[in-house]
Design a protein around this ligand. Sequence first.
Ligand code: HEC
Ligand code: HEC
Ligand code: HEC
Ligand code: HEC
Ligand code: HEC
Length: 212
Amino acid sequence: MSVCARCHGSDILMGSTDIYRIYEPGRSREGRTNDLSAYFQQTPLEPGRTFPTVEVWEDGEPKGIGMLFRSMIDSRCYQEAEVRCFDCHNPHDNKQPAEPGILQASSVSDQYCTGCHEDMESDAMTASHTHHKTGEPGSFCYDCHMPKTLTKLATGVLETTRTHKMSSIPSPANTIRFGMDGSPNACTLCHSDETALWSADYMLEWYGEIAV
Ligand code: HEC
Ligand code: HEC
Ligand code: HEC
Ligand code: HEC
Ligand code: HEC
């Protein structure tokens, strides 16, 4: 995680350019620390921060591509279990998945999640959780829990990619408060012709409560 964080973990660069500069992966010749985990969550997520690549949504969630690493560190899955970058990405070839299919919303990536969240394993259980037809968009774990809420402008054109906060829960309540420009939620990213209130109604019906 430290190896990846050295470049992908903007918290380190923002907190200490020295550590960023001197870091050596593996065993350091001069006995310097190779464990950067103390710096993974160092920078406060100021709601509405607009500094390029480390932007933050109005609801305090990571927004810029530089916050991708941080978004995973902020997930309960990382904090309470061992999720690692190389579970999904081939660390020796960053364009390749660790396992075919795992970078798509698919049954392969669902199995990764249900490897820990065993109660969601059977199709019946999953359909009763997702309220979407099994195998269709809206039924995969990534669809709701890793929506494309990270933004990047590398090519000059605004693109989005998946948040790595895999324990995130859609919050139409925050969308009602801040708008899709301030707090997008997974439901209306897909159902773009519907309102946040529409999602909130269904979530109340399906889950009996909504995240705020
Ligand atoms: C020396 C700096 C550096 C380190 C260390 C590093 N990365 Fe990257 N990574 C980059 C840069 C720069 C890019 C963008 C250019 C590219 O795609 O190659 C990138 C791109 C990526 C991508 C996107 C590839 C795509 O599909 O376009 C993934 C995934 C990734 N890195 C994962 C990792 C993982 C996992 C680790 C730790 C094992 C890691 N990286 C370590 C610098 C680094
Ligand atoms: C649960 C699987 C999973 C884990 C774990 C994971 N990623 Fe990803 N990552 C993805 C998916 C899915 C995408 C989006 C791929 C796509 O849409 O083509 C992605 C995209 C990326 C990208 C490309 C972003 C872009 O579009 O420019 C980078 C960089 C990246 N991940 C780095 C990391 C790093 C660093 C870690 C560890 C902190 C990590 N990932 C952990 C699944 C994962
Ligand atoms: C290595 C084990 C592990 C993996 C893999 C994993 N999680 Fe988790 N996840 C946990 C643990 C532990 C918790 C905290 C306890 C709990 O709520 O079950 C958690 C919590 C959650 C929560 C609850 C958040 C909350 O606030 O109640 C969601 C949602 C979640 N995970 C979704 C996912 C999704 C989606 C994936 C796949 C992309 C995934 N998890 C992969 C271990 C894991
Ligand atoms: C259609 C959207 C949607 C999809 C798809 C979805 N979830 Fe959820 N999930 C939610 C919502 C909304 C909540 C919060 C309401 C609740 O607690 O039941 C939630 C809560 C959770 C929780 C925490 C509460 C609990 O019941 O333990 C976990 C863990 C979880 N989801 C895992 C998964 C996994 C694993 C998958 C894929 C098999 C998945 N989810 C697919 C919307 C979805
Ligand atoms: C990845 C995209 C995706 C996500 C995320 C998603 N859905 Fe869906 N949803 C679909 C698709 C596709 C259908 C089936 C086609 C249709 O009827 O629109 C559907 C159907 C529905 C339906 C029944 C048809 C209708 O329009 O009345 C409801 C209600 C619904 N979704 C609500 C939600 C809610 C609430 C969430 C968030 C918790 C959510 N969806 C997340 C793609 C998605």
